[in-house]
Write a protein of this length. Structure first.
Length: 359
């Protein structure tokens, strides 16, 4: 029965989050993406941060009053992962099959999806926002539970690096949900559909794989990482975060108002009279400086966990490299088709793909 409950724990949490997402207060915003076959912008109802803190409070109270153990999610991690994988596959079929084919190959449709922006109740629940919300919240609960397991094992001998890595991942989660509206202007929302890649990715991959630096080191004793190195890793994380967050915020402000400065940076653009591209600030450093920020944050988390010679934690930043470098190529191809000769001019202004002065 315990194993069965562990298997269904992700589904129970996802249902709880769905109910909170639907019923708790939220603010309505207009996004960047237009409705299919229309010039009308999609509307979204956002309350992710409120839902996150409500779930964490419920988790804390359940542990405090002995309803479950502080490291429960660590104890059932393999059964929960199996349940999330299964539920993610079921969701993928459910979100793909009702819609007409996009590709001739069903496997391509199943993986990439058919519907671009499925919503319920006029945007009260948006499929993409909900998927990212459940992935972020279960990721946060996982790392808190894994860190609790480390403390229960080692007590006062526990590793400060584990706590730092947990704090950095928590910062990543809170930051994402604080800026929910900004992410409506990112690649995922205007260029991807909802299928196995996004659905299974958020349901199973995101909350479990992103926690692998803590998962793989929770039962290891404290490393001998000196305090000054932990400080350097924290600074690396914040510098990398500033690249990712700064780039996304600059793009967001530019798309909302092309004349508005961001952090004192007045927009510089090139235009063909119809389309316009931003070529300064963060977006003058490289064409995907935000990708460098994402990889840097993941690297800092692994280093903070305190076991740099262990292979498993490095799967996290290596995944970002495997994901974002090919995505950069795909995005460049899409932009070349969209902007034509203007894109060629942009490549001269911003020649570096991800890493300034290197690549």
């Amino acid at each position: 029965m315990e194993n069965l409950l562990g298997f269904f724990t992700p589904a129970i949490l996802y249902l709880f989050i769905f109910i909170l997402n639907a019923l708790m207060p939220g603010r309505w915003v207009t996004g960047y993406v237009t409705k299919e076959g229309s010039d009308e912008k999609l509307r979204y109802r956002l309350n992710g941060l409120l839902v996150l803190f409500t779930v964490i409070l419920a988790w804390f109270l359940a542990c405090y009053y002995g309803i479950m153990e502080w490291d429960y999610l660590y104890q059932i991690r393999w059964y929960a992962l199996a349940g999330a994988i299964t539920f993610g596959i079921i969701f993928s079929f459910a979100i793909v099959l009702p819609y007409p084919p996009v590709k001739k190959n069903f496997l391509a449709d199943f993986f990439l999806g058919r519907s671009e922006n499925p919503q319920l109740w006029g945007g009260r629940i948006d499929a993409k926002m909900y998927l990212y919300l459940i992935g972020a919240i279960l990721l946060e609960l996982n790392v808190l539970s894994f860190a609790a397991h480390h403390y229960l094992l080692f007590g006062m001998e526990a590793s400060p690096g584990i706590y730092l890595a947990t704090g950095l991942i928590s910062y990543f989660v809170v930051d994402y949900l604080t800026f929910e509206e900004v992410h409506l202007y990112t690649y995922d929302f205007f260029a991807e559909r909802v299928g196995f890649k996004l659905g299974w990715g958020c349901i199973a991959f995101y909350p479990f794989f992103y926690s692998v630096p803590i998962w793989s080191t929770a039962e290891l004793p404290a490393s001998d990482t000196p305090g000054y190195l932990l400080l350097i890793y924290a600074i690396l994380f914040l510098l990398s975060w500033s690249l990712a967050r700064g780039a996304n915020m600059q793009k967001y402000f530019f798309k909302k108002d092309p004349t508005k400065s961001f952090l004192g940076i007045k927009p510089e653009t090139i235009s063909d009279g119809n389309k316009t591209l931003l070529v300064n600030g963060f977006w003058g450093l490289s064409r995907h400086i935000n990708y460098l920020g994402e990889i840097g944050m993941a690297t800092a988390i692994v280093l903070a966990a305190g076991h740099p010679t262990l292979f498993w934690p490095w799967l996290y930043p290596l995944y970002y490299v495997a994901l974002l470098f090919p995505r950069q190529h795909d995005d460049d191809k899409r932009c070349a088709l969209k902007y034509g000769p203007l894109w060629d001019e942009y490549l001269k202004k911003v020649p570096y793909r991800i890493i300034p002065k290197v690549y």
